[in-house]
Ligand binder design. Sequence first.
Ligand code: APR
Length: 239
Amino acid sequence: MSDSREKKKIVFSTGAGVSAESGLSTFRDAGGLWEQYPVMQVASAEGFAADPALVHKFYNARRRDLVSKEPNEAHRLIADLQRDFDVRVITQNVDDLHERAGSREVLHLHGELMKLRDVADPGYIETLSAPDLESSPDTLSRDGKGRHMRPHIVFFGEAVPNIEPAMELVEQADVFVVIGTSLNVYPAAGLLAYVRSGVPIYYIDPSPADVKGLRDVTVIRKKATEGMAELAAILRNNQ
Ligand code: APR
């Protein structure tokens, strides 16, 4: 017998902070990636045009790091909520930890680290797996058609094709949850504006960006794993 009630739609918008407890660096915290690397050289369209080999090397290093990491309890708690809710995850992260924790509906705004795509045809995408984790400007497609491949990452200065479906998801949310993002980067940071009025918003982050000006946001000033444990209890009590 199926449950006739529609499941509540919980939409998550996650940033690097949700993967911090898995051991992946964030970008703007002390010691973060943008302190270690020149962001415009390794993560912008201009940088890729100027020195594609450097950009491939940067993502090769991040990919090697990622395969040695595991999802953390926050990723798992989000996936577990799929038992009782219609859960959608929008993420700025390029890691695959949400998927590896069991989340089935994950929309990546800034691309996916484990994927390469044809420089000329963004619709042609290949997934990498260990031990073949490296790419270079000489990497050609596996289909034998000689396509030149690039990291399947949205560089600064490039469009964010998934932002429209993300906005639609946020407009359908019955609960909207932001986890581990400094809300520095648009259009991702602007998703908050698409939450229907009256829909509760939670923001889990140990040092959250200032959201006072925004509509009633419940800030859970905790790390993702602790904050998600607290939120899962709230959501199940208010089911
Ligand atoms: N749990 C939850 N949040 C955390 C944790 C943690 N354990 N540790 C750090 N944070 C929070 C920080 O307080 C900060 O608010 O995670 C956020 C990380 O912010 P950023 O480093 O700016 O990462 P993010 O917001 O995801 O960056 C957005 O910028 O460079 C681009 O494409 C890149 O997707 C990235 C985008």
